[in-house]
Design a protein around this ligand. Structure first.
Ligand code: ATP
Length: 378
């Protein structure tokens, strides 16, 4: 096993006021501050064109920032060329040398530095990525996933303090991508250095990263642990990018202890203040309430009396249902929401829960999040 010592892992990556406006006047990254904690698996997540790769390239030194600085620990690396930064990059295209075998591809970085005795280190790296058996094969004799592991070994052999990964799994099919997600996570845990991973795939970011920065239009929309982002999105953009959410327009009616009470149509709903990202808590102001579909239970209106107290509840009518294996997905017409989506899981198959049925949707208020009402919900 190749484990780097603490002195080799560097410090946090700190971007301060960093921005990029390209020569054609287009601003790909607006001034942003971002700290990537040392030793973390950090994902830059966002749709195509939001500025993820540009941000990564500024960390690598492949792109000069228009404003701002890049620090690695205490060192200001902003004006250092890429090869002088203790950073290496793995690209989607692998960029392996086709004429060299796997061993020589991995040894390349050491040989270029004039190191003669490379065997032990190359073998350790190939063991780390579990390719010890393949050393004499040429890249084209390996699968896409294996080639990407060679690229990772090659990038790690010079013991960078930060490994940058630019959509490294983008060329792989879904099954291989899932395997490689776990594999990269294992490698990162084993070597202990910082990984900064660019992806547009929310599931990939959530699976692998300790911290995710959701990017939108050249800025960081929200940063946090995957579960925090999913459960406490700060905007409709983040809520929608990381899954499906239902939104309900509501008006603040008052406050009871740590909860806000809200009116939505004729219903009274509760939102814990700790889950309110909106700027207001004033009575009479509007909020947008969100709740993830899988947090909602569905009860036929005839059985509404059996619903335990203390739950948020609204009424509706099933407009559609589809059985999707482990669960059933319902679409509900509710006066509060255009098409309320419910994924009901583990409920006893109730034949009355069919299109046309009147139902009560109910959930634990702790699963409600509050957002500013001024945002688009789409
Ligand atoms: P993708 O996943 O598609 O690569 P991204 O989020 O990584 O997207 P970037 O590659 O950082 O986005 O690009 C951000 C924006 O900057 C895009 O609109 C892109 O067209 C533009 N851009 C990138 N490179 C240049 C360049 N050299 N000159 C002008 N515009 C550029």
């Amino acid at each position: 096993m190749t484990t780097l010592t603490t002195s080799e892992t560097g410090g946090d990556v700190r971007l301060s006021g960093i921005s990029k406006t390209y020569d054609n006047g287009f601003t790909a990254v607006r001034p942003l501050d971002l700290t990537v904690p040392q030793g973390s698996f950090f994902a830059l997540l966002g749709a195509s064109g939001c500025g993820k790769t540009t941000t990564l390239r500024m960390i690598a030194g492949l792109e000069d920032p228009t404003t701002g600085t890049v620090h690695l620990g205490d060192q200001d690396v902003t004006s250092l060329p890429p090869y002088k930064r203790p950073v290496n990059t793995v690209f989607q295209s692998y960029a392996l040398f086709p004429h060299l075998d796997i061993y020589e591809n991995v040894a390349f970085g050491l040989r270029r530095r004039g190191i003669k005795s490379v065997k032990k280190q190359v073998e350790e790296m190939l063991d780390l990525v579990q390719l010890g058996e393949q050393i004499r094969k040429k890249p084209q004799q390996l699968s896409g996933g294996q080639q990407q592991r060679v690229a990772v070994a090659r990038a790690l052999i010079n013991h960078p303090k930060v490994l940058l990964l630019d959509e490294p799994l983008g060329a792989l099919d879904l099954k291989l991508r899932r395997q490689m997600q776990l594999e990269l996570k294992r490698i990162q845990t084993e070597v202990g250095i910082t990984f900064v991973h660019v992806t547009h795939d929310q599931e990939e970011a959530m699976t692998m990263a300790d911290t995710v920065a959701v990017m939108n239009a050249g800025g960081v929309e929200q940063l946090g642990a995957p579960t925090d982002l999913y459960e406490n999105p700060g905007s409709t953009f983040v809520a929608n990018f990381l899954g499906t959410s239902n939104f309900i327009e509501a008006e603040i009616a008052g406050r009871t202890g740590d909860d806000l009470t809200l009116k939505a149509g004729g219903d009274k709903l509760v939102l814990p203040t700790s889950r309110n990202s909106a700027r207001t808590t004033a009575t009479g102001d509007k909020l947008l309430l969100g709740v993830r579909p899988e947090k909602i239970s569905l009860t036929h209106a005839d059985d509404a009396g059996e619903i335990p107290g203390g739950r948020n509840r609204i009424t509706g009518k099933i407009s559609d249902s589809s059985f999707i294996g482990v669960s059933t997905q319902y679409v509900i017409d509710s006066p509060l929401c255009d098409a309320f989506e419910v994924y009901a899981q583990n409920i006893e198959r109730d034949s009355r829960l069919a299109p046309g049925a009147e139902v009560v949707l109910h959930w634990n208020p702790a699963h409600t999040f509050g957002l500013d009402a001024t945002q688009d919900v789409d």
